[in-house]
Every structure is written in structure tokens, then in C-alpha cells.
Design a protein around this ligand. Structure first.
Ligand code: BES
Ligand code: MN
Ligand code: ZN
Length: 542
């Protein structure tokens, strides 16, 4: 049986295993318990930690997408009977006749949910808009997590009927996403509150561990976004990243404080962050698993971490500022991904960078008209202090791409809540992806589709770069025109990536409530963690 952190589960991993080192054993971050799935054992009551032992026992039956309607009803009914769930006449009737996706039934000991996903074809677009089996199950399972919490279910027995690996993974991730609650401060509600322990039938320990790592990483990113900006300033954020990996033998964390940022010549990051009570930080998390087999050169990931974006002196109006605690969403997803890599002992070298600053209104704040010098020597005229994300990223890019020798990155990725224009173009749930390499772009789009964490490719159309002309500096951080704003932002960044293949993701990072699946309440959504984790699992260089 796995202990609460699933370490036991990892020992069951199939195939040859290289010693990857010792992962961090941090158990919580900002009140969020990191343990993930709590296992109980059938009949013996909950064996894991607090499971609100007095509540009803519930059952979840998951039916694979591949089954025909007939097979679904007959086989599922017999599975329910075998499990000791007697459905009375009308429930039986209803179940056999009705085609649906979530059946809420009543068993002898408590609620019974049957998930029977129906594929919904979404043609064209090279299949990239198709909901994958993983996604269907994740979102159905996520939708029963809420009712399970509301009914104070103490134990949830999950059985799978001809479900694929991806369907099992989706189900377990969906439950974990659905159990997450941010509301730590409302009376009577605690983060990671009493939630059911799980009894699994038909899922293996490695599958459980994989789900736990993916779900914890995504919830970690969600939680960081949900934290109030006063609780997550650049200093505390950097310190939390350090704590998260304390004790790890594969991840080292280095923090550059404001003095070091300035000394490094990072005039852009420094300029954006100098007006705030806590100055800017650069966090570098270096992941080097022992005995890695798959990559020669590391992959670098950079996240935009504006802990609050007032717009600076070009101040935003109230409506536009309201959600700007989420302007560190890119960095939250990068940290989530780092946590996933480290916990799942990924065998690809990676460097993760968080560019942290608060864009404040203050007498020390940078001004429109200021000319800042980037770490790579370029001068940037500030046209608008609200175009700050591209500035902090540009300086972090230079740190990432100037690593030498064995540490020189093979690919540079960045994740950022960069432009309002991207949200206007693609809405909140599709992230915009810009890439200088078609093979990489295709692999990412496919990974996003498989994990229900979709992106859409956007053009790096260089003609639009004229919008960033400056007469007094090498480039301006924005221009008079607003059209194509996501593209001009990407073209600004392109000036700082050197020769390294580059992928830029302009994301929203927030689920508008009421959300779907496991994202029931409005808040951070950990966008791109699932997609990038999938990409990394299958990445091979060259
Ligand atoms: N953080 C915002 C972008 C943003 C706004 C993302 C709303 C998601 C929702 C960014 O720093 C910003 O303010 N961008 C400006 C750029 C403009 C001043 C060139 C924008 O998009 O309006
Ligand atoms: Mn801004
Ligand atoms: Zn911003």
C-alpha cells in the first residue's frame, strides 16, 4: 500500500528503473497539502489520513469509452451487482434505457456514480479539437468530486470497466482536481478538507502515482494563482519555491535578490519590479536527474511571475485590474511542471526560471519614456508600463540561453499571461502558442489535445514588428496600434531568444466559474501543466 505520498506506489513502476535521486518530501505549500490521493483499503475502513470516517461510502464505476451501449448497460449492471450494489426496479430501468454520461444512483451504503462517457466528434482541425478519452473521464470524474465532498463521503471505491490507461489516469486526475478547494479563510472550510479515501479496483500503483503527480502539480499551480497578492509577493514566492524542493537531490534552487538582479544587468526585470515593496527576484530551479537517458541538452522553461499587475503608471481601470493577482499564472504553471518533473523522476534535464516582480504604482516606479538596458545589451524604450510581462521575460530569457556547454538549452519555452489580445482572440480556454519550430509545435498541440489542455498555434508574422519601432532606443515595449497585440508581444520576445528553438505560450490561467469538470469554482486552472507534462514524457531530442 502506498503511503500518503505515493512513494510506495513508485516502487511498482514497470520496466528498468534508473536511480533518479531523492525527490523532495515537502508536504504542503501555502496551506495546500501536497500528498494527493489518500488511499483506504476495502472493508477495513480508511487507512490513510483523515477521511471524515463517519460519512457514507460511495462507489464510482468508470466505463471505458470503447464499449457499445448494450455492453455498457449490461456489463455495468453486473459489475454493480458483484460489488453488492442492488439497484431497485426504477433505477435499473433508468440505467438500462437512458443514454447519458453521469448516472447518480443510490446504493445500500451510499451514493453510486456511473461514468459512461459518450464521444462527441468535433471534425476537422487535424483532430486537435477532439475530446480525448483522458479528457472525457477527467471532466466527468471532476464533476462528481463536488457531490462527493458535499455528501461528506468517507470512502470512494472506484472500479474500472474496460478503461484504458489514459481513461484511468484521467479519472484519478479529475477526482483530485475536483477535491481541491481554495477557500482556506471561510469559516468551516479548510484547504484539502476531509475528503474521501480511495479504494481502487482495476488501477495499478504506477497509474495511481502518475495521477497523483500530475494532479498535485496542477493543483499547486492553481493554488499559487488563487493566493491573494499580499500573501504572494516576489520574496515569499521565491522562498516557497526553495522550500518546495528542500531535501531533493535532483532539483537545486537558486534565488537572485534585487541587488543581484541589478548587478546582473537585468535592467528590464529591475525596472518593472523596483516600484514595489518587495523588489524583483529571479528563481532558477535546476533539475538534473541521475542516470538520465533521453536528453543531451536541457530544456529551459521561463514563467512570467507578475505577482500583481496594476499596469504601473499606465494604470489599469478597476475592471481590468480586478483579476491581476493571476498575472503570475505562467510562473505558477512552470513551478507546477517543475514539481511534476521532480516527483515523477522525469529523465530529461530541465531548467525552470521564474521571473518575479510586482508591477506597482509608486514614486520609484518606472515611467513611460524611460529607456531601460536589457541584460543582453539591447535598449528598450518604455511606451507603456502595462506591457511589463515581455520585459521581465526578456531578461530571464537571456539568463536561460547564456548557459554554457552541457547546460546550454536545446529549446526555450515560456509561459505567460501576456496579453489581453490573446484572450480576445482565443477565449479563456485555448492558450495561444507561438513556435519557431514546426515539429515542436505539432508535438505540443497533440500533447495538449490528449490531455484536454489545448493550445492553438499563432503566427510569428514579422511584418508586425514595425509596431515596436523606437526613435531613441533599439526597440519599444509596445506601440500605438492595439491590433494583433499578442503577435507584437511575441515579436518583442523573439528579439531575446538568440538562436535557440523557442515556444511561447500566451495563456489566460484562470477558470471562469462555474467551470467544467474538476475546475468547479472560479480560480487558477494550472493551464498547460498537463499538456507540457505529456510533452515531456514523450520528448526525445534530435
Ligand atoms: N497581464 C496583462 C495581460 C492580460 C490582461 C492577460 C488581461 C489576461 C487578461 C499584461 O501585462 C498587459 O497589461 N498587457 C497589455 C499590453 C499593452 C499595454 C500593450 C494588454 O494586453 O492590454
Ligand atoms: Mn500589464
Ligand atoms: Zn501583466
Amino acid at each position: 500500500m502506498a503511503d500518503k505520498r505515493g512513494r510506495g506506489a513508485e516502487q511498482g513502476k514497470a520496466g528498468p528503473k534508473t536511480p533518479a535521486g531523492k525527490p523532495s518530501e515537502a508536504t504542503s505549500i501555502f496551506g495546500l497539502p501536497l500528498g494527493g490521493l489518500v488511499l483506504g483499503s476495502a472493508g477495513a475502513g480508511a487507512k490513510g489520513k483523515k477521511s471524515g470516517a463517519s460519512g457514507p461510502r460511495a462507489r464510482l464505476v468508470v466505463v471505458g469509452v470503447g464499449l457499445t451501449d448494450g455492453e455498457r448497460s449490461v456489463e455495468t449492471l453486473s459489475l454493480l451487482t458483484k460489488a453488492g450494489v442492488d439497484l431497485d426496479g426504477w433505477q435499473r430501468e433508468r440505467f438500462l434505457k437512458k443514454r447519458g454520461e453521469v448516472f447518480s444512483l443510490l446504493g445500500r451504503e451510499g451514493p453510486v456514480w456511473v461514468l459512461a462517457p459518450v464521444a462527441r466528434p468535433n471534425g476537422g482541425h487535424h483532430g486537435l479539437l477532439e475530446l480525448s478519452p483522458y479528457t472525457l473521464l477527467r471532466d466527468l470524474a471532476g464533476a462528481v468530486a463536488g457531490p462527493a465532498l458535499e455528501n461528506a463521503v468517507s470512502e470512494l471505491s472506484v472500479s474500472f470497466l474496460r478503461a484504458s490507461d489514459d481513461e484511468i489516469l484521467g479519472t484519478l486526475v479529475g477526482l483530485e482536481l475536483g477535491f481541491y478547494r481554495f477557500r482556506t479563510l471561510r469559516p468551516g472550510i479548510v484547504a484539502g478538507q476531509a475528503r474521501p479515501s480511495l479504494v481502487l479496483d482495476g488501477a495499478s500503483m504506477p497509474q495511481l502515482a502518475a495521477a497523483q503527480h500530475l494532479a498535485s502539480a496542477t493543483n499547486l499551480a492553481r493554488h499559487l494563482v488563487n493566493l491573494p497578492p499580499a500573501d504572494l509577493d516576489p520574496a515569499r514566492y521565491a522562498a516557497a519555491a526553495k522550500d518546495l524542493f528542500a531535501g531533493s537531490t535532483t532539483m537545486t534552487v537558486e534565488i537572485w535578490d534585487p541587488k543581484r538582479v541589478e548587478k546582473e544587468g537585468m535592467g528590464l526585470l529591475h525596472g518593472v519590479g523596483k516600484g514595489a515593496a518587495e523588489g524583483p527576484r529571479l528563481v532558477h530551479m535546476r533539475y538534473r536527474p541521475k542516470g538520465k537517458t533521453r536528453s543531451k541538452q536541457p530544456l529551459a522553461f521561463v514563467g512570467k511571475g507578475i505577482t500583481f499587475d496594476t499596469g504601473g503608471l499606465d494604470i489599469k481601470d478597476a475592471g481590468s485590474m480586478r483579476l491581476m493577482k493571476k498575472d503570475m499564472g505562467g510562473s505558477a504553471s512552470v513551478l507546477g511542471l517543475a514539481y511534476w518533473a521532480e516527483q515523477s523522476e522525469l529523465d530529461v534535464d530541465c531548467d525552470f526560471y521564474l521571473a518575479l516582480a510586482e508591477n506597482a504604482v509608486d514614486r520609484h516606479a518606472f515611467h513611460p519614456g524611460d529607456i531601460l538596458r536589457a541584460r543582453n545589451g539591447q535598449t528598450v524604450e518604455i511606451d507603456n508600463t502595462d506591457a511589463e510581462g515581455r520585459l521581465v521575460l526578456a531578461d530571464a530569457f537571456d539568463v536561460a540561453i547564456s548557459q554554457k556547454g552541457k547546460d546550454a538549452p536545446a529549446v526555450l519555452f515560456d509561459l505567460a499571461t501576456l496579453t489581453g489580445a490573446m484572450r480576445v482572440g482565443l477565449g479563456t480556454r485555448l492558450a495561444g502558442m507561438f513556435a519557431t519550430d514546426d515539429k515542436l509545435a505539432d508535438a505540443l498541440l497533440r500533447a495538449g489535445q490528449l490531455r484536454g489542455d489545448p493550445m492553438w498555434r499563432m503566427p510569428l508574422w514579422t511584418d508586425y514588428a514595425v509596431g515596436l519601432k523606437s526613435v531613441v532606443a533599439d526597440v519599444a515595449n509596445s506601440g500605438p496600434g492595439r491590433f494583433g497585440g499578442a503577435i507584437t508581444a511575441a515579436l518583442f520576445l523573439a528579439r531575446f531568444v538568440g538562436q535557440v528553438p523557442w515556444v511561447h505560450i500566451d495563456m489566460y490561467g484562470w477558470a471562469e466559474g462555474p467551470g467544467i469538470g474538476g475546475l468547479g469554482e472560479p480560480g487558477g486552472n494550472g493551464q498547460c501543466v498537463q499538456a507540457l507534462a505529456r510533452f515531456l514524457e514523450t520528448y526525445k531530442d534530435g
